[in-house]
Design a protein around this ligand. Structure first.
Ligand code: GAP
Length: 504
């Protein structure tokens, strides 16, 4: 059974070194997390699985790693300067700030119902309720007070201001200049690095439509209320594809990617039955989107929340970054861009005339993927002897440690020498991390490796080195299976192949 609560996951992540609070020794920094020794392995394995599936196993994809800090004009013409904001309200009594929709959602049911009633909306259609509050800030401020909306910090009814948009981009100065215009933005999505490099990739690879560009990297959002552990953070990582296609074929490609992405999640141990597909209502679409499917994973404690968005961005971005948009008759409804120097077009595969392609964008969060993968793998079992064990039943390709090699006696050189040689040999097979584990007794080592999801523990004992009771066991080791707990004696000479076959 997967994790029942977020607390179980948070506790495991801290205890076993997956995830720590950022800047913890100075009291922590809200919305920032550090990935520890096992977290970095799991994260890298998730990213590698994504890259393998979306870049190496396809013939219509290129990779990219663009810079994080971007020219302010990129984020102006992408529409982020004007629209990448969330509604914020302040409580004048204690100067605490809240994201409007989070504030209302966190109220008791009767208070939420009162807010909806006063606005002439329903709680069931929460998006419309938030839109109505946003559209009439003066009324919203009145309604929040009248409905008795409480401040989570003080527990009292707040003196709420009118909601106002808060832009979530992090601005940064560039170079030592005092000039007011010498600033850029930390990208709020990796996507813009792909759009701005579209022409470079086309020219350097001779790609023709349809094809995609994939990128994994950090993005930054100054969230008003970061929360729920790594679910909503200010420094996040995204795995994004911009798939460029001929206008008119975009809707078919949108369906193609929806299917592809659901099967990818399944292969990571996140089943379709736990993902709801939300066809995002028109009024909730991002400024660039023609249509978006949000994949809503059933997170413990949180319920269904977005793990990935698959958007049809039409020709909005390439159009917006293109010089002389009018000449090209673009769909993008943006002001004429006189700052750009590029014409982001590609020959139409049939007519050869320049065309601005449409874009399908599957965009998944690495941090949210970590949470979902951990949640699905988390298992509590009662063993035959009545003991309880926690085991992470991760798919082997995602396990942070593939094999732990354990010497039964850590102060017996004949045993440790063989164990170290086995570790080195297995490591050389390119399986991922193989750990030489001599930090406790065998029972504790097994428990620790169950909890971090190590698929196999290999134990080197006295029999292995010909000093046990059964000479037939010389040059063999015990291999313990994480999930079945079965123990098998395997010849050292066959161990590499035995493990490789099972980790595939
Ligand atoms: N380029 C499109 C884009 O950025 P998005 O829906 O804003 O779309 C895509 O973000 C994904 O990034 C989300 O589905 C989510 O997995 C992840 N994400 C977004 N904001 C996040 C945050 N504050 N913390 C963690 N992950 C986040």
């Amino acid at each position: 059974m997967p994790a029942q609560s977020m607390e179980e996951l948070v506790s495991l992540c801290k205890r076993r070194g997956f995830i720590f609070q950022g800047s913890e020794i100075y009291g922590g920094l809200q919305g920032f997390y550090d990935y520890g020794p096992l977290g970095v392995e799991l994260k890298n394995n998730i990213k590698a699985a994504w890259w393998r599936s979306n870049v190496y196993e396809r013939d219509d994809m290129e990779g990219l790693d663009a810079s994080i800090i971007m020219h302010r004009m990129v984020l102006r013409h992408s529409g982020h300067e004007a629209t990448f904001s969330d509604p914020m309200v302040d409580n004048k009594k204690n100067n605490k700030r809240y994201r409007l929709d989070h504030l209302v959602k966190d109220q008791k049911a009767d208070v939420q119902a009162k807010v909806a009633e006063l606005m002439g909306e329903s709680v069931e259609n929460f998006a419309a309720l938030v839109a109505a509050l946003n559209a009439n800030p003066a009324r919203a401020s009145q309604v929040l007070r009248e409905a008795g909306v409480r401040d989570a910090f003080s527990g009292e009814v707040g003196e709420w201001t009118e909601p106002k948009p808060f832009n979530m981009m992090f601005k940064t100065t560039i170079g030592p200049v005092a000039d007011e215009d010498s600033y850029g933005y930390l990208r709020p999505e990796t996507a813009q690095g792909i759009f701005t490099n579209f022409k470079n990739v086309v020219d350097s690879t001779s790609r023709r439509l349809p094809f995609g560009i994939a990128q994994i990297g950090k993005a930054f959002r100054n969230e008003i209320t970061p929360r729920n552990f790594i679910f909503r953070v200010r420094e996040l990582e995204q795995m994004e594809i911009e798939f460029f296609c001929v206008p008119g074929t975009d809707e078919d490609w949108h369906e193609h990617w929806l299917e592809k992405r659901l099967s990818w999640w399944e292969a990571q141990g996140v089943p379709r039955s736990k993902i709801e597909i939300l066809d995002v209502p028109k009024e909730d679409l991002a400024h660039y989107s023609k249509r978006t499917y949000d994949l809503m994973y059933d997170y413990p404690t949180l319920g269904h929340e977005e793990i990935e968005g698959i958007a049809n961005r039409s020709d909005y971005d390439l159009g917006s970054h293109t010089k002389n948009q009018a000449e090209l008759g673009l769909v993008a409804q943006v002001e004429e861009n006189t700052d750009s120097i590029a014409k982001l077009t590609i020959p139409h595969p049939e007519t050869n005339k320049p065309v601005v392609p449409f874009v399908i964008e599957p965009s998944a969060g690495v941090d949210r993927a970590m949470l979902a993968v951990l949640s699905e793998a988390f298992t509590k079992e009662t063993l035959e002897n009545g003991n309880e064990r926690i085991v992470l039943k991760l798919r082997p390709h995602l396990a942070p440690i593939k094999v732990a090699v354990i010497p039964l006696a850590r102060n017996r050189e004949e045993i440790t020498t063989v164990a170290k040689a086995i570790k080195a040999e297995l490591q050389g097979l390119g399986l991922g991390r193989v750990l030489y584990e001599d930090s406790g007794n065998i029972g504790k080592a097994y428990r620790r490796h169950d909890e971090v999801g190590t698929p196999y523990c290999v134990t080197v004992d006295f029999d292995t080195v010909g000093k046990g009771e059964d000479p037939a066991l010389t040059d063999t080791v015990t291999v313990r299976d994480r999930d079945t707990l079965a123990q098998e004696r395997v010849k050292i000479s066959e161990l590499g192949g035995w493990i490789q076959a099972r980790l595939r």
